[in-house]
Design a protein around this ligand. Structure first.
Ligand code: TYD
Ligand code: MG
Length: 436
């Protein structure tokens, strides 16, 4: 007789293990492994699915619904798709409730109804925020509720154009044993809300808090369940906020939308380059400008570097807005290929404005900012830099060069240093600092 196989599956990330473990090695969550039996010979459940010939698949051609905030539409992939399940993540206080209430109010003012479920704050607290945002719409319905089945029942009854659940961590299922806020609860609640979205075609936005480690709580579980994951980034202490698409079944991912928090809500920033360069110091060593591509759009950003004597002990390397491994590589190349003795220095690099750059196209601008601080020589104000750095010190070409150059020109940069014009890092640095 075949031995019955038992598997333990992580309720957070679906990782499977033959034995029980206290901590999931895949997503790092604690106590999430539960026994499940992989009985693959079960009879098919009754149902009516059948294969259809390709041309008979109905075309979608769906009309997307604008949220009334073009920067939000952009990250969603030109608006809300019917039946889409969207997760909006971000640290507490970053502005998730604010942006959703603003979008809800605009939608409601355009002959739609919106159901805003508040599970964390009372309706009165929501009202305070809404008064600040000048919300007056009668078709914006507010429901104070945390039970997922009562939420779905109300949503079916009122059938709004958009359902917002703020937040998914506050919602729970009465028939799931674990405590509210636990991974199992959050996942099951999200799944029920996603099913509602799919069965009614109602787009659903779930708010999810991001944990200190930067992951969406209920780790990767929620990211699998929804169609789109949008994350609010930025520094709570500064006005600018960046909305970034981490995953999108209905549009490009990595798209960003830029906002500014004001006393009357979030304001869109249609020209982010201007904002990211607005506070750039003039003729100061350690500052360079890079033409980045974020999503579909070129954006100019200032990169700042500071090279200093270590205060104590080992030199420190701090990277904000770029990957620290990437910074280590750039510093090694600067040392070995361009002769800058950095090994005994502190190096700090920061992307101004809170943007996070992920492309290696910013290497040259990072290297130049570090070299500029090292030599205490400013980079001329009218240069913008683009290029990836190879380990031999060679500059490598990058994608969408034309769009980047155009954006630099639009913002008044007269000279753009690109890999085609300087083959090696030393050529590039000579041109920047010797005016060659
Ligand atoms: P909120 O939307 O409550 O954040 P989240 O839902 O992500 O936790 O935003 C809270 C912050 O935004 C809070 O510090 C107050 C500030 N704020 C403004 O500056 N202006 C405004 O008009 C509003 C509504 C909030
Ligand atoms: Mg909130």
């Amino acid at each position: 007789m075949a031995r019955r196989l038992t598997v333990f599956e992580c309720t957070a990330c679906e990782f499977q293990s033959p034995k029980w473990l206290g901590r999931c090695p895949e997503c790092g969550a604690w106590s999430t492994l539960e026994e499940s039996s992989p009985d693959r010979t079960k009879p098919a459940p009754p149902g009516s699915s059948r294969p259809i010939p390709f041309p008979e698949i109905p075309e979608t051609g769906v009309a997307r619904l604008s949220t009334g905030l073009p920067e939000l539409d952009r990250v969603l992939g030109s608006g809300l798709v019917p039946g889409a399940a969207i997760l909006l993540g971000g640290e507490p206080g970053i502005g998730k409730s604010t942006i959703l209430l603003q979008a809800a109010s605009i939608l409601a003012s355009r002959d739609n109804s919106v159901l805003y479920v508040t599970g964390e704050e009372s309706a009165t607290q929501l009202r305070l925020r809404g008064d600040r945002l000048k919300v007056t719409e009668k078709t914006l319905l507010v429901l104070e509720e945390t039970d997922v089945d009562r939420i779905t029942a109300t949503a079916k009854e009122t059938s709004p154009t958009l359902l917002i659940v703020d937040s998914i961590q506050a919602v729970s299922c009465s028939d799931v044993a674990s405590v509210p806020g636990s991974v199992a609860q959050v996942r099951e609640s999200a799944q029920r809300l996603v099913r509602l979205a799919k069965s009614t075609n109602m787009p659903v936005v779930l708010v999810g808090h991001v944990t200190k480690e930067g992951g969406l709580a209920g780790p990767r579980a929620l990211e699998h369940v929804v169609d789109t994951v949008v994350q609010f980034e930025g520094d709570r202490h500064h006005a600018h906020r960046i909305l970034r698409t981490l995953k999108n079944r209905f549009g490009p991912s990595d798209e960003i939308g830029v906002f500014k928090m004001t006393s009357t809500g979030l304001q869109e920033v249609p020209n982010p380059s201007e904002v990211f360069l607005a506070e750039r110091p003039e003729n100061v060593p350690g500052s360079s400008v890079h033409a980045a591509i974020e999503g579909t759009r070129p954006i100019l950003v200032e990169i700042q570097a500071l090279v200093g004597e270590p205060m104590q002990g080992n030199p420190r390397r701090t990277a904000l807005g770029i990957d620290s491994q990437r910074l280590a590589l750039i510093l090694a190349v600067l040392q070995r290929r361009a002769g800058l003795t950095l090994s005994d220095r502190d190096v700090f690099v920061n992307v101004a404005g809170g943007l996070t750059l992920t492309e290696p196209a910013s290497d040259l601008a990072v290297a130049a900012a570090v070299a500029s601080s090292f030599h205490r020589k400013p980079i001329p104000q009218d240069w913008a830099l683009i290029g990836e750095l190879g380990l031999a010190g060679e500059l490598r070409s990058v994608s969408r060069l034309d769009a980047r150059i155009k954006e630099a020109e639009r913002l008044g940069f007269k000279r753009v240093l690109i890999p085609e014009r300087a083959q090696h890092l030393t050529d590039a640095l000579d041109r920047l600092f010797k005016g060659a």
